[in-house]
Design a protein around this ligand. Structure first.
Ligand code: PMP
Length: 778
């Protein structure tokens, strides 16, 4: 398992989309890649030769930590010549790309909790770099109509006592927006008043169009220079992305802090690349203007093409090599019945349908937009625009535009927890005292549920558990003096304890420690009710999926791997069958007839049941849910990943299928109205499931044979999937007490049930739902 940090961060979206485009190309698909973040020109020859010379001269060892003196001098000269800036060697550090300088400066000046103002749309790396330094990114949303520039008022309104720095990317990736000198001066005034730092990322400063006059932030004055760390490099201006050389210029103490950090991260930037960069910065500069002229030609062409697409607006950039058009008009439109909901959906659509790779704007914090890079040939741009224009024209207005705001809780604990049943009284007393000490007056919830006539009180400090509990069960009275049959404590946040469940039979008390998910609580409650019902009411539970046909009940019983759910929901698609219960029924005998009761007000259903019954998806949309996957990183379904068909990537905000641990509390009446659901049925058929390739689809079996199979808890034909420790007597994982005395009670109950019903073994490896229906008609 990787750390939470690593898990949260995810790969750079630009890299991801480029990797996809490359993979499609490798399959022979002709993709136009407009996602690249690097010039499509070669590194100039004189620069490459300097690199080769460095190798030939064996300049292949560690260098000075902060960069070779000659390169630092070249940087100083360039900054002087270009912007009139004066820096000393102590104020310069050379690093492995500008990205590395950026990380080191953030690590050097940001303490935990410090705020960093990040104008959005932002370059994807800024928020992550700030988060990794435990700083807090404060976003400053800029607008297309203001040229994507931060206004002085905006900046002022975001500064708090915790603000430490502003990251100013000029010209900007992804918008291409650049600041005029007077605009920078207005910001600088506030920076000085408020005494914060500016991290000025000017990596695109040489790629400037028309007659725009670029002004470097530290050149605005001596005072502002002391508050500025300038970040730049050779990657973009000299087509040297792979050489990995960047640099920072700023106050000597900050540069020194960065050098210390760098000495433990990359040591120094590549020796060969440093020599090549020395040539880049001090040799002839004319290649830059040639490249910029070509970029400007492409920018103008693309702007014309974008203007011709209805309902698309695009800001005219002054620098860098990206366009950032607004495509939001096309969201909520659909193709092949799939709705484009956001920029991820748009990127997916353009990649699959137009074979054009662009980066979704959401990656830069602006979901209405997409980023188009023109670092590719005119020919490619023309083709890419033809395809994009055509693909957008094909989008249709969606039949029904519905945005679902899922009522979903993500819990820390996702799975069931280990259980210790029949704990001694002394241990129970100590446990309860510990639990009570964590339930103060103001933080606990209490509610009595009526489960099969058994009153169970929940005491918990987890509001989500209280919420699901109330939703799941019928209410019992809540008078102060009502003595419940049993009590469950569900207490979270106890330091030093692993998630665990306990049960004390003497007092019908359950304890759930540090499990904030509902599954173990529901299971413990059902186990408690089974224990009480058996002893007090001679009333037993069956774990299975039950349905009713004209007053006759059937129940499917079997372990995992026997396709119980698929079969059950396939059966329910037939109007004649009514849903009874999806998990547990309680049975009482009335005049020899086994009457089965469904006791839950809501069905606790794994949301991946949508695979068996797609109609459920729309119902889950309105149900209370737990742990439905909302991030692709958390998906457990390798099948979609293999087929490269991920809903989340297509822009869906969640996926019901992506995890086995996701559940919904579904109102059974929603499936087909009151006529489709029944609370009580007389059990006529008991159907035990197995799964293999050899046995017949179904066979009638004698009660004693059925009993033997149920008691073993193994399924004929699925033994290999069940380890002995996992076999559950009567396939009932909720049973708390498995002493021989209690199993004997179960045995007697099942004997009576099986003798008063018809028993079948059904092989779902061979038999279909139609075979099942035929079997019942006999
Ligand atoms: N800053 C910005 C705004 C960028 O777009 C990039 C590259 N995409 C960098 C910094 C990093 O440049 P380097 O390759 O020198 O690490």
């Amino acid at each position: 398992m990787v750390s939470e940090k690593a898990n949260q961060i995810g790969t750079s979206p630009t890299l991801k989309i480029s990797a996809k485009a490359k993979a499609m190309k490798a399959e022979g698909i002709d993709v136009i890649d407009l996602s690249v973040g690097e010039p499509d020109f070669h590194t100039p020859k004189h620069i490459k030769e300097a690199g080769i010379r460095a190798i030939e001269q064996d300049f292949t060892r560690y260098t000075e930590n902060e960069g070779i003196p000659a390169l630092k001098e070249a940087i100083i000269r360039r900054l002087k010549e270009d912007y009139g800036l004066s820096y000393s060697r102590e104020e310069i550090i050379v690093s492995t790309g500008a990205k590395s300088s950026l990380y080191h400066v953030i690590q050097a000046i940001i303490n935990e909790g410090d705020e960093v103002i990040i104008p959005s749309p932002y370059w994807v790396t800024y928020p992550q770099a700030v988060a990794l330094a435990k700083g807090k990114g404060v976003f400053c949303p800029t607008k297309e109509e203001n040229g994507f520039l931060v206004t002085p008022d905006q900046l002022k309104s975001l500064i708090s006592p915790a603000t430490r720095a502003l990251i100013l990317n000029n010209p900007s990736n992804p918008t291409g927006a650049a600041y005029q000198k007077h605009e920078l001066e207005a910001l600088a005034k506030i920076i000085l008043e408020e005494d914060i730092f500016v991290i000025a990322d000017e990596i695109y400063s040489k790629i400037i169009y028309d007659d725009f006059l670029f002004a470097s932030f530290p050149s605005l004055g001596e005072e502002i220079k002391k508050r500025t760390i300038l970040i730049s490099g050779v990657s973009k201006s000299y087509s040297m992305t792979g050489w990995r050389i960047g640099y920072a210029a700023g106050p000597a103490d900050i540069i020194d802090g960065m050098a210390k950090i760098q000495s433990h991260t990359t040591s120094n930037a590549c020796s060969i690349s440093q020599k090549a960069s020395l040539e880049a910065l001090s040799g002839p500069q004319h290649e830059i203007s040639k490249m910029t002229a070509e970029f400007q030609r492409r920018r103008n062409y693309l702007l014309l093409r974008l203007q011709a697409i209805p309902h698309v607006s695009c800001f005219k950039p002054q620098g860098a090599f990206y366009l950032f058009p607004n495509l939001s008009f096309y969201y909520d439109k659909e193709f092949s019945d799939i709705q484009i909901r956001n920029s991820y959906g748009m990127a997916y659509y353009l990649l699959k349908e137009a074979r054009v790779a662009i980066v979704p704007g959401d990656a830069f914090g602006a979901d209405d937009y997409i980023r188009i890079s023109y670092a590719t040939s005119m020919e490619n741009l023309a083709k890419g625009m033809d395809r994009t224009t055509e693909a957008l024209s094909r989008l249709k207005t969606a039949k029904k535009v519905k945005r679902v705001a899922l009522n979903n809780t993500i819990t820390r604990q996702k799975k069931s927890v280990p259980l210790e049943s029949s704990i001694p009284v002394k241990m129970k007393d100590a446990l309860l005292a510990e639990m009570e000490s964590h339930l103060s007056h103001e933080n606990h919830f209490e509610w009595n549920a009526n489960i099969n006539g058994v009153v169970v009180k929940l005491r918990t400090n987890v509001s989500h558990l209280n919420d699901f509990w109330i939703e799941n069960w019928y209410p019992a009275q809540l008078e102060a003096d009502l003595e419940p049959h049993g009590t469950i404590y569900a207490v979270d946040g106890i330091a030093g304890r692993e998630p665990h469940a306990f049960y004390s039979m003497e007092t019908n008390t359950g304890v759930l420690v540090n499990a904030d998910n509902y599954d173990p609580l529901r299971s413990l409650a059902l186990g408690l009710v089974m224990d009480v019902s058996e002893r007090l009411f001679n009333n037993f539970a069956i774990r299975g999926m039950s349905a009713d046909i004209e007053g006759n009940g059937l129940i499917l019983i079997g372990p995992k791997g026997t396709k119980k759910t698929a079969l059950f929901f396939a059966l329910l698609q037939d109007d004649k069958f009514r849903l009874h219960s999806n998990d547990i029924v309680f049975v009482r005998f009335s005049g020899g007839t086994p009457l089965a009761d469904s006791v839950e007000r809501k069905l606790f259903l794994p949301t991946n049941t949508v695979e068996s019954y797609p109609r459920l998806a729309a119902l889950f949309d309105n149900s209370k849910c737990e742990n439905v996957i909302i991030r692709k990183e958390d998906c457990q379904d390798s099948e979609c990943l293999r087929l490269d068909d991920c809903r989340l990537e297509r822009g869906s905000p969640f996926c019901y299928k992506a995890s086995k641990d996701a559940h919904a509390l579904l109102d059974p009446f929603w499936i087909g109205g009151p006529a489709k659901h029944i609370k009580r049925t007389a059990l006529r058929w008991v159907i035990i499931l197995r799964y293999d390739n050899v046995s017949p689809p179904f066979e009638k079996i004698k009660a004693e044979d059925a009993l033997r199979i149920l008691e073993s808890g193994e399924a004929p034909g699925v033994k290999q999937t069940l380890s002995p420790s996992k076999s559950q007597p009567f396939y009932n994982p909720h049973l708390l007490l498995k002493t021989s005395e209690r199993l004997e009670l179960q045995r007697n109950f099942f004997k009576r049930l099986l003798e008063s019903s018809t028993c079948y073994l059904f092989n779902s490896g061979k038999g279909s739902v139609d075979d099942l229906k035929k079997m019942l008609e006999r």
